[in-house]
Design a protein around this ligand. Sequence first.
Ligand code: NCD
Ligand code: ZN
Length: 345
Amino acid sequence: MPDTLTITRPDDWHLHFRDGAMLAETVPATARVFRRAIVMPNLTPPVTTVARAGEYRQRILAAVPAGVEFEPLMVLYLTDQTPVEEIARAAASPFVHAFKLYPAGATTNSDSGVTNPARILHLYEAMEKYDVPLLVHGEVTEPEIDIFDRERVFIDRYLNDIRERFPALRIVFEHVTTGEAVDFVREAGQLTAATVTPQHLLMNRNDLLVGGVRPHNYCLPVLKRRTHQQAIQKAVLEGHPAFFLGTDSAPHARDQKEAACGCAGCYSARAALPLYASFLDRFGALDKLQGFASEFGAAFYRLPANPDTITLLRQPWQVPQRLSAAGEELVPFMAGEQLPWALAV
Ligand code: NCD
Ligand code: ZN
């Protein structure tokens, strides 16, 4: 068994940096590991235009540590009012790489999202024409639909139809959580992909609810039953090129998580790569890390592979119990856990 593993420097294809003082924590944490990241636009107010994305990008770049190479890949937030011209502007921009569909009310800062994903066909059409990927938070928000069924119902109600109507549109099914989503991506052809988070790979809903509510494992889409977790694991373990790394690292202050109405999101930026490596090693599949973390996403986004490498060591590493950022306490994902793999720094 190898004790070190060197791979092409990876990218994070789904990440929440937040803004303001929080960038001093989130940007270095990611940029020391990943060379690029798809930066989610769910700020308040959301990043809806190329102009706003350009300003946000500058704030991110200002927080990159000296001597570290990092490129934020910006994403625009779709709303009911997104003008079709914004798609052309995004396509012409060197730093905007995708649009994100948040069904209104589906998750953190999605209130300005799309009220009916079937009513913005003109926008999907423009994304197809200009070849700008559509990133999807695939959950319905109708209150009568059970939270554990929301991803499956989204596929039936919207995604099958979008996939069929716009066959040349590149679609990323973000943070897949169900066997149905995995099957959808497997069957949808080469222009459909999925991001896989550490929490949905390593955990199921028992980790959220058995022995007491564990607010630090609460994210959206919510963790599902073990059979769904296994479907995600299988796709990653076989090295399927449509499934790639997206941490969905999303910090919330400790008191906002440990609350009567706790926020959704796991902060995994520092631990993510050791977590994925430890998972693959457990199944004898460390050789799959390179494709999952460093090749498949770049190929899908039609970007070159990174020129440098990163090394992991088989060496126990404990995830910090607490971090402090922007004057708040953060409890990282898997806080206090001992992992068998660490980053060599
Ligand atoms: C994310 C956040 O906090 O911004 N939360 C989460 O549970 N994943 C939003 C998201 O990706 O849904
Ligand atoms: Zn997210």
